[in-house]
Design a protein around this ligand. Structure first.
Ligand code: UDP
Length: 407
């Protein structure tokens, strides 16, 4: 099991001051009803990206509630992850070229994993397309098979979607993160919003000293307003668009930009994106490109807390956990009107939505010049996340999903 799961984590009772006692009791009652059933989660990476982030929290909590939950990761080589990255892009609607052998190799790696993985579990909970074809194993293992889709497949490349769908429809049920991400399927469909953990290193309160230590480490001057985007270096996060918007703002308001992000083990494209970003940024001393190692939760937390405005200028987005994290910290946000961002950012109420580079620049300028409005948005954003997007609500939804397979 990955080391992240072994570090000391908050216990569920630690959430009582945030969510209240009765919500915690409710979780225990639901978990007790699952007694005797075990859950096996399967995805394609322990580190990097939102899915790993959520599983690293969810699995220990389920265990704490007395539910036997495990997490396994499929193995693949570069060729496999290149193909699944293309699948990912194509499912988001990007044009990609495929050879028949790509589909064959995808199935071959899934087949190999289905021989090597330990499938002990009553409910096999498979996340995203990479391991989707493990379902071929259902005659031999597991009682119930669930497929969790964390991405927006509403306007996919039809060839890839039809290929994936043939496997998805062999599951007992599917789960999507938002109604507008889904495609109609013949199997049962559930809607479960993702969440963040308010007590994780990524989101817990930090002292000013802790925040300053991180800024000092990266040589960032806290006196100048900070515009921040935290994201993997991926075209779909549009880091180049963020630089362009920042350059427009900087013409009239002194400020600095931080683009902070790492690379996920299942994303071979990120090095290319990073070098493009570095080229566009040139030698501008007000642009800080921070390549973060995977275990940078405190650093990300500190950067988000130090930021004046947080940007998420994605071209496509699943849910957008970075937006949730920013709102939880009471930050004013400028984010693209795409995917799950729209569930989180209500325009001019919990943040600003944008549709272009110019629009992003305009909203950043508005927030920098109207600090009181910016604070009001941040306060509303925090309340919105507390109500809808914390891990305890997510845990409850998962327990209900598992129970729904038996009742
Ligand atoms: N993240 C991180 N390191 C990075 C970039 C992102 O830990 O270098 C985290 C980020 O804080 C968030 C998650 O990874 O918790 C990204 O989730 P999101 O839904 O925003 O995007 P995804 O990467 O899944 O497309």
């Amino acid at each position: 099991m990955d080391k992240d799961l072994q570090v000391k984590r908050p216990k569920l009772r630690d959430y009582e001051p945030i969510i209240g006692k009765s919500s915690l009791e409710e979780l225990k009652i639901l978990a007790d009803k699952l007694s005797g059933k075990s859950i096996l989660n399967i995805n394609s990476t322990y580190i990097g990206g939102g899915v790993a982030e959520i599983l690293a929290r969810m699995v220990p909590f389920l265990n704490e509630l007395g539910v036997d939950a495990k997490w396994s990761v499929i193995k693949g080589d570069n060729e496999f992850f290149n193909i699944t990255k293309k699948f990912h892009n194509a499912l988001h609607g990007k044009k990609e070229e495929f050879k028949d052998s790509d589909f064959e190799y995808f199935l071959e790696v899934n087949r190999k994993n289905s021989e090597e993985l330990d499938f002990s579990g009553d409910i096999i909970f498979v996340h995203d397309p990479q391991p989707v074809a493990l379902i071929k194993k259902r005659e031999q293992v597991g009682e119930k098979w669930l497929w969790r889709c964390h991405i927006d497949v509403s306007k996919p490349d039809e060839r890839v979607w039809n290929f994936i769908k043939d496997y998805v429809e062999q599951y007992d049920a599917s789960v999507f993160s938002a109604p507008n991400f889904a495609k109609m399927l013949k199997i049962r469909m559930f809607l479960i919003y993702p969440s963040i953990d308010p007590l994780s290193n990524k989101n817990k309160e930090l002292s000013d000293e802790q925040i300053n230590a991180v800024l000092d480490k990266y040589g960032i001057d806290r006196k100048k307003p900070i515009i921040l985007q935290v994201s993997r270096f991926d075209y779909l996060k549009d880091p180049v668009g963020v630089i362009k918007a920042f350059e427009m703002v900087r013409k009239t308001i002194p400020c600095q930009l931080i683009l902070a992000g790492g690379t996920a083990t299942d994303d071979p494209e990120s090095d290319k994106v990073l070098s493009e970003v570095r080229e566009v940024a040139g030698k501008n001393p007000d642009i800080h490109i921070l390549l973060l190692p995977p275990d940078s939760d405190i650093e990300i937390n500190a950067l988000q807390r130090a930021a004046t405005v947080i940007v998420q200028k994605s071209i496509k987005e699943g849910f957008g956990l970075t937006v949730t994290e920013a709102l939880w910290k009471g930050k004013p946000i400028v984010a693209s009107a795409v995917g799950g961002i729209m569930l989180q950012v209500k325009h001019k109420i919990t943040g600003m939505l944008c549709h272009s580079i110019e629009g992003a620049a305009y909203s950043i300028r508005t927030l920098l010049t109207n600090p009181e409005f910016a604070r009001w948005l941040g306060k509303n954003g925090h309340a919105h996340v507390k109500q809808n997007f914390l891990i305890t609500r997510h845990l409850k939804d998962y327990l209900l999903l598992f129970l729904s397979q038996y009742y």
